[in-house]
Design a binder for this molecule. Structure first.
Ligand code: NAP
Length: 441
């Protein structure tokens, strides 16, 4: 299932409601598919609250931790989490032109995700346009605009650091289809952008005038977030900040009420040269306000377009139900509908929203369902099952050598040693073949 979720089968086909007796019955075996945060949190909760259970965690890559390793920006080691296998598509002409990248691919590139290691984004233009007003959009803007000396201390890959060192990007537009009251990013991430050394925030005062009133009864996080935008847009900063901003070589700007209509090609039709935006008005208010095109359009010239409009999960297998509309596995408290013994957790359970704490609580909820089903006998755990032993035999018969956790520890040690030389927490190995060579496979 990959980094966006975890999916596992505990104990096999249910056979009525029988109480599991830990003293006489064999240890139940749980398989967790996907070693991202959702998988690990669920495994942790099951192991903590059930003395006899054995959990095997499966991962398709030779390295664990899913989007903890490959997801969130390298300068955010404390929040490293989020994921789903695929990005939402814009569904507009020009989306496939060169110079247009999905946030998922771009984030994968700077985080050393093997499948994105050869992305080689073209950073030769001065203006980048990011579509979307979520935290991923802010992550990307920050990476594009951060002084190199800050990034050097992180576990960003050497290849992306070298590319960013040659980057000509000095202006980033973050463009949302709705207004300031509907942004999806959070205050901590916004504050970090506002305080980013060498980059000036550009917020159009007209977008924020009179907003104070509109937000006075809003929930506290929305109120505080809006107040920070209002302050940045309308209040004159202190002298030091004014000086620093005047000297800043780079800038970023929040643009509102613009919905992407078409990525415009260069004259030779090969590259992106900008995006045509439909200007919008808002119908309704608050979170549920809808962006309705006014009929007016605007062309924004830029050489780099990053589509950061959210992620989506992919179906796992025809045997596992999947709601393609919502991009989730239909479930109740993690119990997959119609498939007893199968559970889901993470973004594939609830959709691509929330921060690490949300995923943790949600994984504990799924784990609780597994524990309850074990306790009341919904799951048949009366016979001994081999767990990984069975999978290992199949792999062996196919000539496949799985990577074990101690193999990963060798890769980990090598990465940390390489990073040490460069003053970084680690230098990620981005080529899976190199990882396998390192552990003698
Ligand atoms: P997100 O929070 O869902 O934001 C997606 C943005 O894209 C929204 O502004 C949305 O606008 C816009 N959008 C969606 N479809 C669009 C379309 N067709 N055209 C134009 N705009 C469109 O997604 P995300 O930024 O990928 O983040 C995913 C989750 O990870 C979030 O819960 C986020 O908080 C979390 N995350 C957390 C951190 C952290 O804790 N530091 C870091 C990264 C990510 P509308 O509102 O109008 O739909």
């Amino acid at each position: 299932m990959g980094p966006g979720g975890a999916c596992w089968r505990g104990g096999g086909v249910p056979r009525g409601w029988r109480r599991w007796l830990s003293s006489s019955a064999p240890a139940p075996r749980v398989a967790v598919v996907g070693s991202g945060p959702a998988g690990f949190y669920t495994a942790q909760h099951i192991l903590k609250h059930h003395g006899g259970v054995r959990v095997d965690i499966y991962e398709k890559l030779p390295v664990p931790f899913g989007l903890v390793r490959f997801g969130v920006a390298p300068d955010h080691p404390e929040v490293k989490s989020y994921g789903a296998e695929d990005n939402r598509v814009l569904g507009i002409p020009g989306e496939n032109l060169s110079g247009v990248y999905s946030a998922r691919a771009f984030v994968g590139w700077y985080n050393g995700l093997p499948e994105n290691r050869d992305l080689k984004p073209d950073l030769s233009c001065e203006t980048a346009l990011i579509l979307g007003h979520g935290n991923v959009a802010l992550d990307i803007a920050r990476i594009l605009l951060s002084p190199l000396q800050l990034l050097r201390k992180t576990d960003i890959t050497d290849g992306s650091l070298a590319a960013l060192a040659c980057s000509k990007v000095k202006r980033v537009w973050l463009v949302g289809r709705r207004g300031p009251l509907q942004v999806a990013f959070t205050i901590k991430e916004l504050r970090e952008m506002i305080n980013l050394p060498g980059a000036r925030p550009v917020l159009n005062p007209a977008d924020f005038t009179g907003l104070e009133n509109a937000v006075k009864d809003a929930p506290r996080p929305r109120k505080r977030l809006t107040e920070l935008m209002i302050k940045t847009a309308l209040e004159k900063p202190g002298e030091k900040t004014v000086e620093a901003q005047a000297a800043a070589p780079r800038e970023w700007e929040l643009k509102f009420q613009r919905s992407p209509q078409e990525v415009l090609p260069t004259a030779d039709g090969r590259r992106a040269r900008g995006v045509r935006m439909a200007l919008t008005r808002l119908e309704g208010s608050g979170d549920s306000a809808k962006a309705i095109p006014t009929g007016d359009v605007e062309e924004l010239e830029c050489g780099l377009v990053l589509s950061s409009i959210g992620y989506r999960s992919l179906p796992l297998d025809p045997a596992v139900p999947f709601d393609t509309q919502r991009g989730v596995i239909p479930n109740s408290s993690g119990r997959v509908e119609g498939v007893p013994g199968l559970y889901c957790s993470g973004w594939v359970k609830r959709g691509p929203t929330g921060v690490i704490i949300t995923t943790m609580n949600d994984s504990f909820d799924t784990a609780q369902s597994v524990l309850e089903d074990l306790q009341v006998g919904v799951l048949d755990v009366s016979t001994s099952r081999e767990g990984f032993g069975a999978v290992e035999s199949i792999l062996r018969s196919r000539g496949v050598r799985p990577v074990s956790f101690s193999d990963w520890e060798k890769i980990d040690a090598a990465e940390v040693a390489r990073g040490k030389a460069a003053g970084k927490p680690r230098e990620k190995i981005v080529d899976p073949q190199e990882m396998l060579r390192l552990i003698g496979h």
